[in-house]
Write a new protein. Structure first.
Length: 577
RNA sequence: GUCUCCGUAGCUCAGCUGGAUAGAGCACCGGUUUCCUAAACCGGGUGUCGCAGGUUCAAGUCCUGCCGGAGACGCCA
């Protein structure tokens, strides 16, 4: 249950009883927590938004809303402030209901039906199988995975997908390098020429191929071995990638590859579809602007009228030699996704793929007037150790692998840090900070709050042996005794979780979960410390069992929300540290 | 040249998709442990929210233009 949603419909009901003109537009009415808690528990802009339509002044309309609200049992007080905000406070029992709802829902609290019936495909990672996962892949992987979890929690029907290219020139290079490593495994002395993959990891692939096939592919023409070697290398590396991803808890529902798209006829179908729509023609493009191209010459090509759909230019689908240009398989792949019935397609890509959306969106629009394509671009990650940048160089094969990151700092910290900032910003990942046990480390800070909650619950059993503190007893407790500002401050933070889930899902900004959890942790640590000075603000009070029980319920709710948030982020909550 | 994103405190960044007096952390100064984890908390902020217009009851948030930064723009993948 989202209390803000609940009170929004209450406000709507109230508005209905005020004798306002028919057919008013309530869509801009919001019910939110005010920025400053001293204003009240909730605030609505209804009076200001509707004043003009209703032909009343905002404060007058606000007063009318207040009167009606006050008549309700769950509203303690209501007043008009500033230009016409209606601020109101909930009764203690209304807040008690929120806590009880959290306890009853468990970590399912925060779920929403916002995306009910909407099919979403989130494509992320999608690294080509040419090597192990490394630091450069991790951020997009985590963002995609958490976005998937987030949207699932917001009620969307989510498919997690991985697309890889196993048919281009890049993969042929992989096959040739693998063949060299294979010969090496059989005792030849080899050298990896410029332009091939220098990484040591291909030795394993070569060894493995030698184990399976012996000298079967030695001394043969490339034409004979390239297909089987390519397939072998791709299969091997995809399995390695899956293992790497599993280390940070990422598992895709669907893997799709380019070869499949070509071989099962999807590519041909999608091209025919574009032809049928009259979007294919033979023509000549003007030279690309803003870039010197000495070798450019006009030539007639098979073009897609992508400019009909907002692209800045039409795009060639075939090269001058008649083979498919690289975007054609991608277009076909999106055609396939549209046909699988997705309403929303989301791709998580690095910022260096900047032009991708502009090129792919026209195709999606051509295939469907319903499906919507979004791309989340993530900025680069700078890897630091002790504040010093660590160089990432793919060429030399000297790169930080995902495996190393997880081994050094743990999966939870890797995931949490990757969500520390808005996706498109640059991000620093400091190995030293990620393992630091201090407030400076957000993972630690949030985990510590969760562990402290459980510590309280454990201690309560000993300190209050004759009190039933089982989950059942907590749910049944009289929670209306939670009425100090400090208690309610915690409840208010917890009540926000469903809003955060919805807003973050809609904005496609998984990092908001991380920001929110830090708020929750701060609120908890703060309350905790107050108990040191003021005995009446402790959780466990042998002299006041009813309040203790209610406070324990609050602590349980706190732990639940943190666990729920960490769950969305794919981080395992710890109960002790 | 065109397009996208960014510009908020000394530093790193949030800012709930238009709300009230713009917030955290770091750094700096000071305080808090006979007591549920001090791995924490509390107090200390004179910010042209890049600049200039516009939209509105209300703009850091939306629109236009400019300045500054990053990235993307080939029949390459």
């Amino acid at each position: 249950m989202n209390v803000f949603q609940a009170y929004k419909s209450k406000i709507t009901d109230v508005l209905g009883t005020l004798g306002l003109p028919d057919g008013m537009d309530f869509s801009r009415v919001t019910v939110e927590p005010p920025r400053d808690a001293s204003h009240g528990d909730m605030a609505t802009n209804a009076a200001m938004v509707l004043a003009k339509q209703a032909g009343q002044n905002p404060r007058q309309l606000g007063e009318a809303i207040c009167e009606k609200l006050k008549a309700s049992n769950d509203v303690k007080e209501a007043s008009v402030a500033g230009p016409g905000f209606v601020n109101f406070r909930l009764s203690d029992s209304a807040w008690a209901d929120v806590v009880r709802d959290i306890l009853q829902s468990g970590t399912a609290y925060g779920q929403s039906d916002l995306g009910k019936g909407i099919k979403v495909n989130i494509e992320y990672v999608s690294a080509n199988p040419t090597g192990p996962m490394h630091a450069g892949h991790v951020r997009g992987a985590v963002i995609g995975d958490v976005l998937a979890g987030l949207m699932a929690k917001a009620g969307y029907d989510v498919t997690r997908e991985y697309y890889f290219n196993d048919a281009g020139a890049q993969v042929d290079v992989l096959a040739r390098t693998t063949h060299l490593r294979y010969r090496e495994a059989l005792g030849e002395s080899i050298e990896i020429p410029e332009g091939m993959y220098p990484g040591e990891y291909l030795k394993d692939v070569g060894n493995s191929l030698a184990d399976r096939d012996g000298d079967k592919w030695v001394g043969k023409d490339e034409a004979e071995w390239i297909d089987p070697v390519r397939t072998f290398a791709v299969d091997y590396l995809i399995e390695e990638i899956k293992k790497d991803l599993a280390l940070i808890g990422i598992k895709h529902d669907v893997f799709t590859n380019e070869r499949e798209i070509v071989e099962n006829g999807t590519l041909a179908d999608s091209f025919k579809k574009l032809e049928d729509l009259g979007l294919i023609y033979q023509g000549t493009l003007p030279p690309p602007k803003g870039k010197e191209m000495s070798d450019w010459e006009p030539v007639e090509l098979t073009l897609f009228r992508s400019s009909n759909f907002g692209d800045s230019t039409d795009r060639p689908l075939k090269k001058r030699d008649g083979t498919w240009a690289y975007i054609m398989p991608d277009i076909a792949y999106h055609y396939d996704k549209v046909h699988r019935g997705f309403d929303i397609l989301i791709n998580c890509l690095g910022k260096d793929h900047g032009g991708y959306l502009e090129r792919m969106r026209p195709a999606v629009k051509a295939f469907s007037n319903k499906a919507q394509l979004d791309v989340i671009f993530n900025g680069i990650v700078k890897i630091l150790k002790n504040g010093e940048p660590v160089k990432l160089s793919k060429r030399s094969g000297n790169l930080i692998t995902l495996r190393e990151m997880v081994e050094e700092v743990g999966a939870g910290a890797v995931r949490f840090f990757m969500l520390a900032r808005t996706p498109d910003s640059e991000l620093e990942f400091d190995f030293t900070k990620a393992v630091e046990q201090s407030k400076d480390n957000p993972v630690f800070y949030v985990q510590y709050a969760h562990a402290r909650c459980h510590s309280v619950l454990r201690n309560a059993k000993e300190a209050l042996p004759d009190l039933d503190t089982s989950e059942k007893a907590l749910v049944a407790a009289d929670l209306s005794v939670l009425k100090t500002d400090d208690d309610l401050a915690l409840v208010r933070v917890l009540a926000n979780w469903p809003r955060v889930v919805e807003a973050a899902a809609e904005a496609r900004e998984p990092h908001r979960i991380s920001t929110y959890l830090q708020e929750v942790a701060a609120a908890f640590h703060s309350f905790w410390s107050k108990g040191r000075d003021d005995d009446s603000l402790r959780f466990i009070m042998p002299d006041n069992k009813p309040l203790s029980l209610a406070r324990l319920a609050l602590v349980q709710a706190m732990a639940t929300v943190i666990a729920s948030g960490l769950g969305v982020m794919g981080v395992e909550p710890v109960e002790e540290m």
